[in-house]
Design a binder for this molecule. Sequence first.
Ligand code: IMP
Ligand code: MG
Length: 181
Amino acid sequence: MASTAIQGLDVLYSRQQIANRVAEMGAQITRDFNGEKLVMVGVLKGAAFFLSDLSRAIDLDATFDFVAVSSYGTAQRSSGAVKLIKDLDQPIEGKNVLVVEDILDTGLTLAYLRKIFLQQHPKTLRIATLLDKPSRRIEKIEADYVGFSIPNLFVIGYGMDFAERFRNLPDICLMPPDSSE
Ligand code: IMP
Ligand code: MG
């Protein structure tokens, strides 16, 4: 089991397990898009590492774009309102769009993004998420590509944060219950 620099953190998925799964996802996406061009749209900031690794596992003519959203509320609990704070740089009309997200949780973020992206009439719109927490879903939305499906746990690392910290942990770790210091 991999260790982390921050003592006492439990590793849920090690960097090697993540790399293996991301390689499988990239191979699947490469097969599915069958030589077509792809626009990968990362959701900042959490999906930065996943997009970086996934894109290098995809053997297609791909470009990147990024959006940023904010959901109002506290660090661990969203209030439900989603706001776009950084829009796409390039139009996606007629393009194959793959939205790349770190975690599909309540689904509020991806349901909102799907709605506003579909208004631009992409050729196709698919979703890749590294983690899925189906038990937390509020909006009816599923990802086309899921790295790992997990129970209702709060995780940090590999891009995912608690109050903006811990994104740079190389493994996906469990957030200890009382470590907000
Ligand atoms: P949703 O809109 O509820 O689906 O939430 C999606 C966003 O909530 C994710 O992109 C994450 O930024 C954040 N999030 C949900 N669960 C976790 C977690 O366990 N750790 C860190 N961030 C999380
Ligand atoms: Mg996120």
